[in-house]
Ligand binder design. Sequence first.
Ligand SMILES: [Zn+2]
Length: 229
Amino acid sequence: MKIRVATEEIRDRIMQNIYEAGSHLQEHELADELGVSRTPIRSALNTLHKEGLLNYFPKRGYFVREESPDEVLQAWTFRGGMEGLACKIIAGVEAEPSLEARLNECLAFGDHSLEPDDLTLENIVNYRKMNNDFHGTIVDASGNIFLIETMNRFKNIPVYVQLLEKYYSVEGASPNRLLPWLRRMHDDHHRIADAIICRQAQRAEALMIEHHYFASQYITQRMTRSESE
Ligand SMILES: [Zn+2]
């Protein structure tokens, strides 16, 4: 019980950037902070290391993992490839009318979320939910169980989740800093849906790959910018 609670607490703190990338996590300090003994802390750190959130160096201990721009590119290349394949599969056959309706619903909701020139955090939360639905709808509509299962697993890889959090984070700045990017990404959604409905399989696949490539460039730029700040 204590192990599970300690693991969840430390994981949350890493995800929320309370323990920043590169910081040294020491057993005795964590034990004091969480009010438990060092034994559950040791197990928790071991679990988080296996999940890929921590690096371990013998004699030095555990450090919060710092993602490299290369890993961002790898993650989004993988996602683009998988979802591009889903687009190709769907556009290759007659689409169910319910799919078109579902995609149009997502597009309209996204348009509405990004409409104000002064974005609120709520607009971003709504956009993000719509984005999950849009991409999830496409993956599910492929009907390929291996693709669906692989993407479900991928979405829960902690390092990927952490990168995604950074992507949407406004870091104390105005949510408007995300507006040009989100509008550009949502414009892609319109064109991806159009290609699927018009049964242009190659175009749909290429647009989806480009959509995620663009996202990887955006995240990488933000990472290098925050390093130099
Ligand atoms: Zn998207």
